[in-house]
Design a protein around this ligand. Structure first.
Ligand code: FAD
Length: 576
C-alpha cells in the first residue's frame, strides 16, 4: 500500500469512527504526506463530519424539510448542492447500502469486483429474444455514492442533441444543452488542457484525462486516425456538439483513487448540521395522505421507521428501484398494481415503461504479443461517430478495453488467451425499450426487468456497423505491433452470421434509464420540474427521468439531474 492509500484509509477510518483523532493524526504524519499542522486541520474537518453525523443519526427527528432517498450519483449531487444553497433546510438522505469503505470502491482498477457483492442490487434482465434469449445482468450500485462508487469512472457529458431533446420533450428549455453545459461546467474540476468554452475548473468533481495511457491505447487512436475517424484532444466539449470524436477518456480518478459523487458532493457537507445521512436503511414505501407525499416508511436495523417530510420527498433510487418504489406506494399502472393487491393511489400508466440501456458488445478480441497491465479502469480510449452526418446522434461507438472483455457466449466460443484486449462496439443510441414490473408486493423481492434488448432491428444494424469499423481499426498499420491475431470474430461475418455474433456478444453498460419518463404530456411520469404527475410533494431525480437515454455513459447526466433538482427545490422554497 502506498502513502496516498494509507492516508485515504485513515480518512475513511476516522470519518466512519473506526479510529480516533489521535490515531488519525499519528498515522497521517507517518505517511510523510502531511505535516502535523495540516494533519490536525484535516482531522478537524473529518472529525467534525463524523461527530455531526453521529449526533444527527442518534437524534433522528420525526420530520425533515426534505427526505431524499438514495445516495447515488444524482442524490449526492442534489444533497451536496442543496445543503450549501439552503442552509436552513433540514435534509435527511436515506441510503440502503453501507458507507463506501471497500478497497474495491476506492481503487478504480477493481471496479468490476464489486459486481455481485452487497454493493450491487444484482438484477438480471429476463431472457430477451434479441440477444438469443440470454439473461443479461443489469448491475446497479447499492452503497453510498450508488453507481458512482462502483462504476468504471468514465466522465462523458451528454451530447447537445441529447439535452436539446430533453428540453423539447419536457417543454422547458432549461433542460437543454445551454443550461446543462453551464451546470456541468460549474460542477467540474477539469485537470486537462484548459478550455473556457467547454470545461470548468474549481468545481467539486475531479475529472482528468486518462493518466499515463498504455502504448496500446495510443496505437488505437493512431489506428482510428488511419481509417479516417476524427480524433480529439479532449473527448468532452466539441464532440458534444458535432456528435463525432474519439480520444482518451475523461475519468473521475485522482492520484489513482476514485473520486465518486459521494466524495465530490456529499463528504463536503457531512459536517453541516442540516444534513443527516442514514446508511443501511431501505425505504419500502412513500407515504401518501390523499394525493400528497408526507414521508417514507423504511427498515433500519430490522425495525420499521417512518420519517415525515415537511416539504418534499425526492426519490433518487436509480434505474430499477425508483419504479419499484413508486409501484409499492400505489403509484403505477392500475391493473398491474391490482394484480399485486396494492391499493391504487394514482394511476400512472408509464411507471416502469420506456426503460433503456446501452449495449457493449464483447466483442472483437485481439491477442497481444505481450501481457497487458491495464491502466486506470482498464478502458482508456473510446469515441462516437455518425456514419451519416444527417443522424441526430452517433450510430457507431467504440471502446477499447485492456482485458479480454467478452460475453459468456463469445468467451466460450473463442477461448481468448489472457493477453487479449478488446475493441468493443457500443450501441449508444438504442431504439429498443423495455419494462420494469413488480414481481411481488413484498419489498424484499427484486422487480422483473425485461430490457427487450436488440428488439429494434436498427439496433442490430448499428452494432454491425460498429463491429466493421472496430475490425478495420484493429487491422491498421498503427495497431500491428499489438495484434498477433484476431481472436474473435476471426473472419469477416456477413448476414445472419454477423447478426448472431452481435446478439451473442451483447452485454450492457449498466446504464439503466428512462423508467419514469419526464414529459409535458399527461402520460409522462414526471413533469419538467420532476414532480410525479398526480402527486403533490413527490419528485424524482435520477436516471429514470430521462425521456431518452443519453448517448454516453450516464453518470454525468445523472449529476446534471441532481443539480437541476437542487435548483428547482431552491426556487420553489424561495417562491413559497
Ligand atoms: C458497474 C457499473 C459501471 C458503470 N460505469 C459507468 C461509467 O464508467 N461512467 C458512467 O458515466 N456511468 C457508469 N455507470 C452508470 C452510472 O453509474 C449510473 O447511471 C448512475 O450512477 C445512476 O445514477 P442514479 O443517481 O440514477 O442512481 P444510482 O447511482 O444507482 O443511485 C441510486 C442509489 O439509491 C439507493 N437505493 C435504491 N433503492 C433504495 C431504497 N429503496 N432505499 C434506500 N436507498 C435506495 C441505491 O443503493 C443507490 O445508492 C456504471 C454503472 C455500473 C453499475
Amino acid at each position: 500500500m502506498d502513502n496516498d492509500d494509507q492516508l485515504d484509509r485513515l480518512e475513511r477510518s476516522l470519518i466512519t469512527g473506526r479510529i480516533n483523532r489521535r490515531a488519525f493524526i499519528a498515522g497521517a504524519v507517518a505517511t510523510g504526506l502531511v505535516s502535523s499542522t495540516s494533519a490536525q486541520a484535516l482531522a478537524d474537518d473529518l472529525d467534525q463530519a463524523r461527530i455531526t453525523q453521529d449526533r444527527n443519526t442518534r437524534a433522528l427527528k420525526r420530520a425533515y424539510d426534505y427526505v431524499v432517498v438514495g445516495a447515488g450519483s444524482a442524490g449526492c449531487a442534489l444533497v451536496g448542492t442543496l445543503a450549501k444553497r439552503d442552509p436552513s433546510a433540514q435534509i435527511l438522505l436515506i441510503e440502503a447500502g453501507g458507507w463506501d469503505k471497500a478497497e474495491s470502491v476506492n481503487n478504480p482498477g477493481l471496479w468490476f469486483t464489486n459486481l455481485g457483492t452487497e454493493r450491487d442490487w444484482g438484477d438480471v434482465a429476463i431472457p430477451s429474444p434479441g440477444v438469443n434469449n440470454r439473461a443479461i445482468p443489469e448491475h446497479t450500485g447499492r452503497v453510498i455514492g450508488g453507481g458512482s462508487s462502483i462504476n468504471a469512472t468514465i466522465w462523458a457529458r451528454p451530447f447537445k442533441a441529447d439535452l436539446d431533446h430533453w428540453a423539447e420533450e419536457s417543454g422547458d428549455k432549461r433542460w437543454g444543452y445551454r443550461h446543462g453545459l453551464e451546470l456541468l461546467k460549474g460542477a467540474e474540476d477539469w485537470q486537462g488542457k484548459p478550455n473556457k468554452k467547454y470545461r470548468g475548473t474549481g468545481g467539486p468533481v475531479w475529472v482528468q484525462p486518462s493518466a499515463d495511457p498504455l502504448p496500446l491505447a495510443t496505437a488505437a487512436l493512431d489506428g482510428m486516425r488511419e481509417v479516417g475517424l476524427p480524433v480529439l484532444e479532449d473527448l468532452n466539449g466539441e464532440r458534444e456538439v458535432t456528435g463525432n470524436g474519439f480520444g482518451y477518456m475523461n475519468q473521475i480518478i485522482k492520484d489513482g483513487r476514485r473520486q465518486s459523487m459521494a466524495r465530490a458532493f456529499l463528504y463536503p457537507v457531512l459536517k453541516r448540521d442540516n444534513v443527516t445521512v442514514l446508511a443501511n436503511t431501505q425505504v419500502n414505501k412513500v407515504l401518501l395522505r390523499g394525493k400528497t407525499a408526507v414521508g417514507v416508511e423504511c427498515v433500519r436495523n430490522g425495525r420499521k421507521r417512518v420519517f415525515r417530510a415537511r416539504g418534499e420527498v425526492i426519490l433518487s433510487t436509480g434505474g430499477f428501484n425508483t419504479p419499484k418504489l413508486l409501484m409499492l406506494s400505489g403509484i403505477g399502472k392500475a391493473a398491474h398494481l391490482r394484480d399485486h393487491n396494492i391499493n391504487v393511489e394514482v394511476h400512472a400508466p408509464e411507471v416502469g415503461e420506456n426503460v433503456q440501456d446501452h449495449i457493449l458488445h464483447g466483442g472483437c478480441l485481439y491477442e497481444s504479443p505481450a501481457p497487458i497491465q491495464p491502466r486506470n479502469s482498464a478502458a482508456n480510449v473510446s469515441g462516437y461517430y455518425k456514419t451519416d452526418p444527417s443522424f441526430e446522434l452517433p450510430d457507431v461507438s467504440l471502446v477499447q478495453i485492456e482485458i479480454p472483455y467478452a460475453s459468456e457466449v463469445i468467451a466460450a466460443q473463442y477461448a481468448p488467451p489472457p493477453n487479449t484486449w478488446a475493441l468493443c462496439a457500443g450501441l449508444v443510441a438504442p431504439k429498443s425499450r423495455g419494462t420494469v414490473r413488480l414481481a411481488s408486493a413484498n419489498p424484499g423481492k427484486r422487480p422483473v426487468v425485461d430490457m427487450k434488448f436488440l428488439s429494434h432491428p436498427d439496433d442490430v444494424a448499428a452494432l454491425e456497423r460498429s463491429i466493421e469499423i472496430a475490425r478495420s481499426v484493429a487491422a491498421t498499420a498503427a495497431m500491428k505491433p499489438h495484434v498477433v491475431r484476431e481472436v474473435a470474430p476471426g473472419k469477416t461475418l456477413v448476414g445472419a452470421e454477423l447478426a448472431n455474433f452481435v446478439r451473442n456478444g451483447a452485454t450492457t453498460y449498466f446504464h439503466s434509464s428512462g423508467a419514469c419518463r419526464m414529459g409535458k404530456d399527461d402520460r409522462a411520469v414526471v413533469d419538467a420540474e420532476l414532480r410525479v404527475n398526480g402527486v403533490n410533494n413527490l419528485r424524482i431525480a435520477d436516471s429514470t427521468i430521462m425521456p431518452r437515454i443519453v448517448a454516453v455513459p450516464t453518470m454525468p447526466a445523472c449529476v446534471l439531474i441532481g443539480l437541476r433538482m437542487a435548483e428547482l427545490l431552491t426556487e420553489s422554497r424561495r417562491a413559497s
